[in-house]
Structure formats: structure tokens, C-alpha cells
Design a protein. Structure first.
Length: 187
């Protein structure tokens, strides 16, 4: 491939990078400013001490976190019925249905990491910081819905804000839980 042929690819990549970076200002602000603000001034700490109560608290948050997954499952089921695309192996799905199937798979993958992290953190966090669980759950759910909506609205580039919100809460939760457990194990 000559340099002339590669130039449109570079321009395309740079354009995509600009679009993706364009949503970072508000997703980062939501995570870095919104979550701490809600934790400090809005959401009270739950009155739970026993380990079983802590896990139940996290499980209630996790039940909310998987709502977008079941919402997309219901939409896929309804769309398959209405479009007559009952056999996924026949490849007769509409582009909207294909997007929903991809969103469903991504929701499941992201939800597993989120649920495991929140359950682990429910056993580790001091009681006064358990209020973080419903806050990050809310951001996670909004991120999943933004991902779904953005994918339908603007294709793969439309997913960026949802990915940023979702991973912006999930990665710190997973890393935090892992580091905390390792610290407790080693120390």
C-alpha cells in the first residue's frame, strides 16, 4: 500500500479518535466529580453491618444493574417475533436486530465484571462507603443505556460515551477489589 492509499485510513482513524475523545469531557466529569459529589452530599450510607446484609445490599444494586441486559433481551425477543427472524442461523436479521444482539452480548460481559466487583467490595468497604454501590450502579445503568442508544443512533462510534461510563466505573471497582484482596492476603 502506498502512502497515498494510507492517507484516507489515517484521516479516518483520526476522525474516529476525535469523535470518541469528544465525549470524554462529560463522561470523565460524571465519574470523577459526580460520583464523589453524590457520595458526599446526596446518598446516605446504609445501616448494614452484618456480612449477609452487606451482600444483600450489593445484590439489590446488582439486580438494578442487569436491567439493561434483560431490556435488550426482551427487545430481541419481540423483534425476532415481529420480523419473523426466529432462526438466528438463517441470517435474516435486520441491522437493528444485529446491533441489539451485539449489545446484549456486551451487556452480559460488562455485567459479570460489575456484579463480581460490587459483591466483593460489599464485603470490603467500610460501612460509610457502601453508599458508593448504588451510585456506581446508577452510572453503570446509564452507561449501558447510552451504549445501546448510541450504537443504534450513530453506529460503532455512538457507543463511545457508554463504553466510557461503563468502564469508567467497572475498571476501578475491579482493580480496587483485586488490590484490596491482595493487600489483605499478603499483608
Amino acid at each position: 500500500m502506498s502512502d497515498v492509499d494510507a492517507e484516507p485510513l489515517v484521516v479516518g482513524v483520526r476522525r474516529r479518535q476525535r469523535v470518541i475523545a469528544g465525549s470524554i469531557w462529560w463522561t470523565a466529569a460524571t465519574i470523577l466529580l459526580g460520583i464523589p459529589a453524590l457520595h458526599l452530599w446526596v446518598v446516605p450510607s446504609p445501616n448494614v453491618e452484618a456480612m449477609a446484609d452487606r451482600l444483600a445490599y450489593a445484590a439489590r444494586c446488582d439486580a438494578v444493574a442487569i436491567v439493561p441486559y434483560f431490556a435488550v433481551c426482551m427487545k430481541i425477543m419481540l423483534t425476532r417475533f415481529l420480523e419473523g427472524a426466529h432462526d438466528p442461523l438463517s441470517h435474516t436479521e435486520s441491522s437493528s436486530l444485529k446491533i441489539d444482539c451485539r449489545v446484549m452480548q456486551n451487556h452480559l460481559e460488562q455485567s459479570v465484571a460489575f456484579v463480581v466487583a460490587t459483591l466483593a467490595l460489599a464485603t470490603l468497604l467500610p460501612r460509610e462507603h457502601l453508599a458508593l454501590l448504588p451510585i456506581v450502579t446508577g452510572v453503570f445503568v446509564v452507561g449501558r443505556l447510552v451504549y445501546w442508544w448510541g450504537y443504534h443512533r450513530e453506529g460503532t462510534l455512538g457507543r463511545a460515551p457508554g463504553v466510557q461510563l461503563t468502564t469508567g466505573v467497572t475498571i476501578p471497582l475491579v482493580v480496587g477489589a483485586a488490590v484490596w484482596v491482595l493487600w489483605m492476603t499478603v499483608g
